[in-house]
Design a protein around this ligand. Structure first.
Ligand code: NOJ
Length: 547
């Protein structure tokens, strides 16, 4: 049976604020993206995931939506969006939109109405509770961005729940009227010709019962994967996606493998695929804050991703990613952004593009963009980062240099600096000073330079995508780890009835012997100039046939 389109293609994620600014206001926009359509097509991708472009006061860069059906004026107009949609479709690239429906902005008309009175028609579209006996929040849940997850609203003397910032009140999926309106809104986007949704924190939508005064048991983890989540997703599938071939991609932090396999089961899917977080959570100890980094090791990464590769068989499907707009840059985190920047960036691209699942390339990773090390907290823009700074230097009592070191490593702004198009001022991203400063390394690392260099990460990425698209075993073959113990090499095969491929990755800066059985196989693609038959050079990635 033919695979659905979204299993066959490579996806590319665009963070519109930082991709390309067409009108010189320092903010990326839709026309900017449209001006780069030929570049996108040249990569060989088949799907774009566009981060939110809807009206928003931008407390969380568009993940706080004030109107789901209006385009953020900084980004352009609906006509601009239609031109982008058509330009992508003309090039055979599908367009996946972001759906942020766990919460809205507090400036959304729904919330404005909800907060007016306890008997407002939309009161139960959000989650309101009376204060605890001492007048404080109903329970001790803490928000993801720091501070209590409840905000007091003087107008009615109650608290509303916000798992993220206080400008992102959580929507109440128990309200049938809300779900009816949400699904109708989604259908209107479907009618506009989109190809699917990536669904923001979709496993947080089903809150547990209670949440009343003093109901502290289990903390906020109780909001994860709630019992009614399956019902809501099934209803959404029926109401919005029945009879379409649209893709549904869940962002699901804290979703266990067994549940992910169940909800993406192709025989009765609730979602087509989902992003788990296990590999991006490897560099902080369980229970520690994300800012308290521990080393990220290849064996841990290998064990985690191999578990997901095996565990989603035979009927589930993985989304694959090493970075996105919420994570540090992959080359800085899993690779070596110093001496072996090109080699490790191409090795990581090899990993991403040769595992089983749908790979998502985050903008800029195809030119090996790296973390930024801003000199001062005033250069950072992300709400999570700015709140963390207050917490690290306040509650935690750290000095500024230590706090800045932690932030440089983990800030989401690492992934949000402007796309580096050229060595021109502002990285060729904008004619004006960008909303966030570019990484100063843009003079050496940019698309124009990469186009001119046949050895660049960019050219290698194109070759790799072409190899994947032309090799059935890489698209659909089963994954099998060949050596679970090796301290430096990650060796695996992908096999289908159509053929077999072996991938050999050297996650170290020393030459490593290749097992003799693999040394005999023909090389399909390597990121190294003069590959030696029986060894892998530092950070070498080799794709071996027969295909
Ligand atoms: C996940 C999004 O990717 C992130 O950027 C956002 O801050 C949170 N969800 C809240 O919407």
């Amino acid at each position: 049976m033919d695979q659905p389109w979204w299993k066959r293609c490579v996806a590319y994620q665009i963070y519109p604020r930082s991709f390309c600014d067409s009108n010189g206001d320092g903010v990326g926009d839709l026309r900017g993206i449209t001006s780069k359509l030929d570049y996108l097509a040249s990569l060989g991708i088949g799907m774009v995931w566009l981060c939110p472009v809807y009206a928003s006061p931008n407390d969380d860069n568009g993940y706080d939506i004030s109107d789901y059906e209006a385009i953020q004026p900084d980004f352009g107009t609906l006509e601009d969006w239609i031109a982008l949609r058509d330009g992508l479709h003309a090039r055979g690239i599908r367009l996946v939109m972001d759906l942020v429906a766990n919460h809205s902005s507090d400036e959304h008309a729904w919330f404005v109405e909800s907060r007016t009175a306890k008997d407002s028609g939309k009161r139960d579209w959000y989650i309101w509770r009376p204060p605890a006996a001492d007048g404080g929040p109903p329970n001790d849940w803490q928000s993801v961005f720091g501070g209590p997850a409840w905000e007091y609203d003087a107008a009615t003397g109650e608290y509303y729940l916000h798992l993220f910032s206080k400008k992102q009140p959580d929507l109440n999926w128990e309200s049938t009227a809300f779900r009816t309106e949400l699904f109708a809104m989604m259908r209107r986007w479907v009618a506009l010709g989109i190809d699917g949704f990536r669904m923001d924190v979709i496993n947080l939508i089903a809150k547990p019962d209670g949440l009343g005064a003093g109901d502290n048991e289990g903390g906020m983890d109780r909001a994860l994967n709630g019992p009614r989540m399956r019902d809501y997703l099934a209803e959404m599938r029926r109401e919005v996606f029945a009879g379409t071939d649209l893709v549904t991609i869940g962002e699901t932090p804290g979703m266990p493998l067994e549940l992910a396999r169940e909800i993406t089961d192709e025989r009765a899917p609730l979602l087509d695929m989902q992003f788990h977080f296990e590999h991006v959570d490897l560099d902080h100890a369980p229970g520690a804050s994300k800012w308290d980094s521990t080393p990220m090791t290849m064996p841990a990464l290998r064990a985690t991703l191999s578990r997901w590769q095996d565990g989603m068989e035979p009927h589930g499907w993985n989304s694959l990613y090493l970075g996105n707009h919420d994570q540090p840059r992959a080359v800085s985190r899993y690779g070596d952004d110093g001496r072996y920047r090109r080699e490790s960036a191409t090795l990581l691209m090899t990993l991403l593009l040769t595992l089983k699942g749908t790979p998502f390339i985050y903008q800029g990773d195809e030119i090996g963009m790296a973390n930024v090390a801003f000199d001062s907290i005033t250069d950072y823009r992300d709400i999570e980062t700015l709140n963390a700074w207050l917490w690290l230097t306040g509650t935690r009592g750290l000095d500024a240099a230590s706090a800045l070191a932690m932030i440089r490593k983990k800030s989401r702004d690492n992934a949000r600096t402007p796309m580096q198009w050229s060595a021109a001022p502002n990285a060729g991203f904008s004619a004006a000073a960008p909303w966030i400063a570019p990484n100063p390394d843009y003079t050496g690392h940019n698309v124009a330079a990469a186009e001119a260099d046949p050895d660049s990460v960019l050219h290698y990425t194109r070759r790799l995508i072409a190899l994947r698209q032309g090799t059935p075993a890489l698209r659909s073959g089963r994954y099998r780890l060949l050596d679970a113990e090796h301290p430096a090499l990650w060796l695996y095969e992908r096999t289908s009835e159509m053929g077999r491929c072996v991938v050999a990755l050297n996650f170290s800066d020393t030459t490593q012997p290749l097992p003799p059985a693999l040394a005999e196989l023909p090389c399909l693609l390597t990121n190294h100039h003069n590959p030696a038959a029986d060894t892998l050079a530092a950070w070498e990635a080799r794709n071996l046939g027969p295909a």
